[in-house]
Design a protein around this ligand. Structure first.
Ligand SMILES: Nc1nc2c(ncn2[C@@H]2O[C@H](COP(=O)(O)OP(=O)(O)OP(=O)(O)O)[C@@H](O)[C@H]2O)c(=O)[nH]1
Ligand SMILES: [Mg+2]
Length: 179
C-alpha cells in the first residue's frame, strides 16, 4: 500500500499546499503571483479581496492566495488562514516608513492559532530601486531573529524582472518536503 501510494504520488504529484501572500498595499504581491505563473510582469491594480492561482513546482502543487493589503482589508486576512502551510510576506524594500507596521502585522499573524504550523518566507521586493533597504536591514527591523516558533527565511527579489523568485519557489518546495 505504501509502495503504491509512493508510486501514485510520483506519477500524479503531491496533494495541494495552501500558500497565502500578505503584506502592505503596493508591496508587489499580485505582481509576484503572476510572475510565478506567467514569468512576466503584468499590469496590476490594488487588490480588493483576493486572487488565487495554482502554481506547480516540479510536481508540487501550491494553491496561492494573494490577499489585498490595504489597511481596511487587513482586518480580514485571518479569514484566509486555515490550513495555510506557507506564508509569503511581501515587503516593499523602498517603504522605510511603514516597515514597523509590517513588523506588527507579522508578529500578530504568527500568534494566530490557525498559523501555528506555517512556515514564513519574507520577500524583500523592489530590490531594483536604488537605495532600497537590504535584507539585513529588513531582518533587523522585523526582529526576525526573535522568531523561534516558525521556520522562516528572507529572500531578496525584483518582481518586475523575476530575479529572486525561483529561489522563493525552491524554498517553498523545501518546506513542504520537510513537513
Ligand atoms: N520597481 C519595482 N516596482 C514593483 C516591483 N514589484 C511590484 N512593483 C510595482 O508596485 C506596484 C504595486 O504592485 P502590486 O503587485 O499591485 O502590489 P500589491 O502588493 O498586490 O498591492 P495591493 O493589492 O494593494 O495589496 C505596481 O506598480 C508594480 O508594478 C519591483 O520589484 N520593483
Ligand atoms: Mg494586489
Amino acid at each position: 500500500m505504501g509502495f503504491l501510494l509512493t508510486k501514485m504520488m510520483a506519477v500524479f504529484g503531491d496533494r495541494e499546499h495552501k500558500v497565502i501572500v500578505v503584506g502592505l498595499d503596493n508591496a508587489g504581491k499580485t505582481t509576484i503571483l503572476y510572475q510565478f505563473l506567467t514569468k512576466e510582469a503584468v499590469h496590476t491594480s490594488p487588490t480588493i479581496g483576493s486572487n488565487v492561482e495554482e502554481i506547480i513546482v516540479r510536481n508540487t502543487h501550491f494553491m496561492v492566495w494573494d490577499i489585498g493589503g490595504q489597511e481596511s482589508l487587513r482586518a480580514s486576512w485571518y479569514s484566509y488562514y486555515s490550513n495555510t502551510e506557507i506564508i509569503l510576506l511581501v515587503v516593499d524594500s523602498t517603504d522605510r516608513n511603514r516597515l514597523s507596521i509590517t513588523r506588527e502585522e507579522l508578529h500578530q499573524m504568527l500568534a494566530h492559532e490557525d498559523l501555528q504550523n506555517a512556515a514564513v518566507l519574507i520577500i524583500a521586493n523592489k530590490q531594483d530601486v536604488k537605495g532600497s533597504m537590504t535584507v539585513a536591514e529588513i531582518s533587523e527591523c522585523l526582529t526576525l531573529n526573535s522568531i523561534t516558533s516558525h521556520p522562516w527565511h528572507v529572500q531578496a527579489c525584483c518582481a518586475l524582472t523575476g530575479e529572486g523568485l525561483p529561489a522563493c519557489l525552491d524554498w517553498m518546495k523545501s518546506q513542504v518536503v520537510v513537513n
